[in-house]
Design a protein around this ligand. Structure first.
Ligand code: NI
Length: 197
C-alpha cells in the first residue's frame, strides 16, 4: 500500500512539474513577441512612453507597492545588481530600472513617489488608468488579479514576478525570475557596459 501511495504522489508531483515547466516555457518562448508600446505616468508626474527609453536596456518589473514580500525583494535584487556593477566602476546609465504597478487604484503618483526611495535612485515607477495597466500587462503577458483576504486591511494583488529585459531597440532580450540573484543580473550586463573613465 505504501508503495502505491508513493507512486501516486510521484505522479502528482511529475504532473505539477510538467505543468509548471510548460507555463514557464510559454512565457519564455513568447520571446521576441513580448512587449510593446506603453504610455504611463511616472512617480514624478511626468508622462513617459517606452520610446523615451530607446537606446537603453529597460529592466521592467510589474508589481505593486503594497506587496508585502515578493515585489520589494525583486526590486531590491534589481537595485543590488546595479549597485554591484557601479561598485565595479561600470557606467549603468545604459540600464533603466522600471517598476510598473498592477495596482493603479492605490499606486498613485504620490504613493509611488514615496515607494521608489527604497530602491535604486534611478528607478522610475509608472502608473496609469486600469485600462492602461491592463494593456501593458497583456503585452508582457503578466497575469494579475485582485484578491480580497480576510484579516488583511484592503486587498492583495496576485501577480507574476519577472524582471523583463528589453534591448536598446525595444525588443525582448531575456527575463530574470525568482531564482536569479543580483550577481546574475550584474553578470548579464557586464559585457555590454563600459567602465567610467
Ligand atoms: Ni508583489
Amino acid at each position: 500500500m505504501k508503495v502505491i501511495r508513493i507512486v501516486a504522489w510521484a505522479a502528482v508531483v511529475a504532473v505539477a512539474v510538467f505543468l509548471l515547466a510548460q507555463r514557464f516555457a510559454t512565457t519564455r518562448d513568447a520571446g521576441d513577441r513580448l512587449g510593446g508600446d506603453f504610455t504611463l505616468t511616472a512617480h514624478t508626474g511626468e508622462t513617459l512612453s517606452n520610446r523615451d527609453f530607446r537606446g537603453k536596456f529597460m529592466l521592467i518589473y510589474f508589481g505593486y507597492s503594497f506587496c508585502p514580500d515578493v515585489c520589494p525583494l525583486e526590486l531590491a535584487k534589481m537595485t543590488l545588481g546595479l549597485n554591484e556593477l557601479e561598485k565595479e566602476g561600470y557606467d549603468t546609465t545604459l540600464l533603466q530600472p522600471l517598476f510598473i504597478t498592477v495596482d493603479p487604484e492605490r499606486d498613485t503618483v504620490s504613493a509611488l513617489n514615496e515607494y521608489v526611495t527604497d530602491f535604486h535612485p534611478r528607478l522610475i515607477a509608472l502608473t496609469g488608468s486600469m485600462e492602461d495597466i491592463q494593456d501593458v500587462a497583456k503585452k508582457y503577458r503578466v497575469y494579475f488579479k485582485k484578491r480580497e483576504q480576510e484579516g488583511i486591511d484592503g486587498y492583495l494583488m496576485d501577480h507574476q514576478s519577472f524582471i523583463f529585459v528589453m534591448g536598446p531597440d525595444g525588443d525582448y532580450v531575456r527575463l530574470f525570475s525568482a531564482k536569479d540573484q543580483p550577481e546574475d543580473i550584474a553578470a548579464a550586463f557586464r559585457p555590454v557596459l563600459e567602465k567610467k573613465k
